[in-house]
Design a protein around this ligand. Structure first.
Ligand code: C5P
Length: 316
């Protein structure tokens, strides 16, 4: 038996702009993705008889093919059948800390950890680019989850440009436990409402990507200007999720009133995050939100920007 323990961090979107439709049915995006330290732990083991076995301490996380971590293991067995035959069955134990269905890429990050872990356990020596390419076949966020840190993501979200790492910013995450948003629903609703404004021409798409690349958010990141970063947070999907989920809007308004650097919904939601400059302030804001929205269904976390993606924390 060989095993590895890996940390699979969550991500937030500092910027998410929908540019248009893609021939594959997905959307052309420009995003700024940021890893945070809130992470699931993945214990990966190979050996013995058997096939692929996934378990999770969270009751809502499935153990079958509908779990992206399962599909990541399956993909590796298809790509490297000799290794699967040589090393034996794969068991994936997921300890969930990242909320599920939250817009924080928890499932994608678990899949990323399985790819990174099997590369190590099977002594494959894949490059990060090769791992990211495999990851992109599983989901648009998987390549970023492998890379971590701060990145500009284009295409479906799978094409990454590493940006200068942002240090020292703290994040408060807020999510109503019973609320979750379907990502396909959010994108489809956006298409129904706003597709008339989609860019159609490839030259226009490239121009817009370049404008974001040399625009104010990337400039603020390059200069580590946290005040500007807070002011420039943007997420087009808020336009469809906030009207449908007034609780999410209320969270955002509460953070805003408490004087954070900036607040925004992450991905397709419904998690709302707020940025602050110190850990002390983060805990203070968390307590204030808990007092103002005294709802036992509300979960809050304090975390900080992370520089690394998937990390190995133990192995035998
Ligand atoms: O890539 P992933 O499986 O995470 O995407 C989930 C869903 O989100 C897709 O099926 C699609 O409906 C929507 N999506 C999209 N455009 C993207 C990424 C996701 O329309 N660039």
């Amino acid at each position: 038996m060989r095993s590895y323990s890996l940390l699979a961090p969550a991500k937030i979107n500092l910027y998410l702009e929908i540019l248009g439709d893609r021939p594959d049915g997905f959307h052309e995006l420009v995003m700024v993705l940021q890893g945070v330290e809130l992470a699931d732990q993945i214990d990966l083991r190979v050996g013995g008889m058997g096939n692929i076995y996934v378990e999770c301490n969270h009751p809502e996380v499935p153990s079958d093919r509908s779990n992206l971590a399962y599909r990541a293991a399956e993909l590796m067995t298809q790509q490297f059948p000799d290794c699967f035959a040589r090393f034996g069955g794969i068991s994936v134990a997921i300890q969930k800390n990242i909320p599920v269905g939250a817009g924080l890429a928890g499932g994608s990050s678990n899949a990323a950890a399985v790819l990174v872990g099997l590369d190590l356990l099977w002594d494959l020596g894949l490059t990060q680019d090769e791992l990211e390419e495999l990851g992109a076949t599983l989901g648009s966020d998987v390549p970023f989850c492998i890379a971590g840190g701060t990145a500009l993501a284009t295409g479906r979200g799978e094409q990454l440009d590493t940006l200068p790492g942002l240090d020292g910013l703290y994040v408060i995450l807020a999510k109503f436990r019973s609320l979750s948003v379907s990502t396909p629903w959010a994108y489809q609703t956006y298409r129904k409402k706003f597709s008339t404004s989609y860019l159609k021409d490839s030259t226009d798409l490239e121009l817009r990507r370049q404008q974001v690349h040399s625009g104010p958010m990337l400039n603020a990141i390059a200069h580590h200007n946290s005040v500007k970063i807070g002011q420039l947070l943007h997420n087009d999907l808020e336009k469809v999720v906030l009207p449908e989920f007034p609780e999410v809007l209320r969270l955002r308004e509460t953070f805003q009133r408490l004087g954070v650097l900036g607040t925004m919904m992450s991905g397709s939601g419904p998690t709302v995050f707020a940025l602050v400059e110190s850990e002390e302030k983060a805990h203070q804001i968390k307590e204030q939100v808990k007092r103002e929205i005294a709802n036992p269904d509300l979960d809050l976390w304090v975390t900080k920007f992370a520089k690394a993606g998937i990390q190995v924390v133990g192995g035998r």
